[in-house]
Design a protein around this ligand. Structure first.
Ligand code: URA
Length: 439
């Protein structure tokens, strides 16, 4: 086969065969196909698209390009959960312990973040002592013993996606439905769970800007999951403002603990009850998502979910006293307040700007080797729909560098992260729809 012919075929709107996709992906992964040809093909795909058959083939080839985890030693239906990414998204830290407390085994590998804050793994590492690298036998033993383990994703999962995503990131070729769906699903299928719950974000702070686009992506990923024999469900959720009030690593762990104590912000509490209820149902522990939700609420009310989080922290070497004493979590040395210049209603809080501000504070990475500051981030004192008076604090920026915190504040003011107006904004539902393998 010849790479130039394959690029030309796609450029002219042709359909790639399974053999061509396999040959191309393996050539890109092992370095035989140069980056300029790989990038040219990605751009051709962006303009000409792949049909569903090509997307399935690409997903399977990428899944098989690295380790495929076998979780069959763990009894029960393993349910994985994945979010397409949002600002303030600490959902895994909450739904993992809730679902585990309801009897669903959670053997989850998560990623580090490149962007606004760290990923789930960086957030967990802000708990003093918490280890996110476990030997496979310890990972399995922990899930068997306490029902949950959250560790970093092995570098050998979907090796082709790693290479392709790095190229897409710098060649303007991220935003293609087939490329996004195959990238996410190749990693989910390789991670070995029996069922997959996808949280597909839509809105200003997400890849997909509209509920319709997110629905399309969700349906495509569900069909990929079904073809691979996995029960897959996608929930379409809004990302028009950050989720919860905390954006940052240690800040988000604290907020997750508050939700597990039944004292969290309304939006994240509502979303995590819905998602964990669905996980409980997909894990075979409830007849319906509604019954699952009731079980999830009870796990929080009774303290069982918080106890599961405590066991998780303890099992992975962390200091469980953080649950009662937040001062044991990394504390920011510097703070800067963003003050309201007028009174009225908060009409919007721009998630993208808050995300960029969070990165300025040091909570996120720009390059994968960048260190992150676990104490850094943004705490929102007001959210969309709240009333404010001139002089109120809208948000607090925190971190261990005065310069970085100041730069975050200037960014927020310059970009008008908060819009205040006289009219109360309409309340948008956070959950926009649910799609499954039957759709
Ligand atoms: N997340 C991924 O893992 N891949 C994409 O292409 C987009 C989001």
């Amino acid at each position: 086969m010849n790479m130039n012919d394959i690029i030309i075929k796609k450029r002219d709107g042709g359909k790639l065969t399974k053999e061509e996709i396999k040959w191309t992906v393996s050539g890109i992964t092992n370095g035989l196909i140069p980056d300029y040809q790989a990038s040219a093909l990605l751009m051709a795909i962006l303009f000409r698209h792949m049909d569903e058959e090509e997307t399935f083939e690409l997903t399977e080839v990428m899944r098989d390009s690295g380790d495929v985890v076998d979780l069959s030693a763990i009894k029960g239906i393993n349910v994985d959960k994945h979010s397409t990414g949002g600002v303030g998204d600490k959902v895994t830290l909450i739904v993992g312990p809730i679902a585990a407390a309801c009897g669903v085994p959670i053997a989850k590998m998560s990623g580090r973040g490149l962007g606004f804050t760290g990923g789930t793994i960086d957030k967990l590492e802000s708990i003093p002592g918490f280890r996110t690298t476990l030997e496979p036998e310890d990972f399995f033993a922990q899930v068997k013993r306490i029902g949950i383990s959250l560790i970093g994703q092995s570098g050998h999962i979907a090796a082709a996606d790693k290479k392709l995503y790095a190229l897409r990131d710098v060649t303007g070729t991220v935003d293609d439905l087939s490329l996004i769906a195959s990238s996410i699903m190749s990693k989910k299928l390789a991670a070995g769970s029996d069922a997959i719950l996808l949280d597909v974000k839509c809105g200003r702070g997400a890849f997909m800007k509209t509920p319709e686009a997110a629905m399309k992506l969700g349906k495509l990923m569900c069909r990929i999951g079904k073809r691979a024999g996995k029960n897959t469900v996608a929930v379409i959720t809004g990302m028009d403002q950050p989720l919860g009030n905390a954006v940052g690593n240690s800040l988000e762990v604290i907020e997750a603990i508050e939700v597990l104590k039944g004292k969290g912000p309304e939006d994240i509490t509502e979303l995590t009850f819905t998602l964990s209820g669905m996980m409980v149902q997909m894990g075979g522990k409830a007849e319906s998502a509604e019954e699952g939700r009731r079980m999830a609420e009870e796990a929080v009310r009774s303290g069982a979910a918080l106890e599961k989080f405590r066991q998780l922290i303890e099992a992975q070497g962390g200091d469980p006293r953080v649950i009662e004493d937040y001062s044991l979590m990394p504390q920011a040395k510097y703070k800067a307040e963003y003050i309201a210049e007028k009174s009225g209603y908060v009409r919007s809080v721009d998630p993208l700007t808050i995300g960029i501000c969070s990165q300025h504070t040091g909570a996120g990475r720009q390059k994968k080797e960048d260190p992150i500051d676990p104490s850094a981030g943004v705490y929102l004192m007001k959210k969309t729909g709240d009333t404010v008076s001139k002089g109120d604090v809208l948000a607090v920026f925190m971190g261990d560098s005065e310069e970085k915190v100041g730069s975050a504040l200037r960014e927020a003011e310059f970009k008008k992260a908060f819009v205040i107006g006289d009219e109360e904004p309409e309340k948008e539902p956070l959950i926009k729809g649910i799609v499954g393998t039957d759709l």
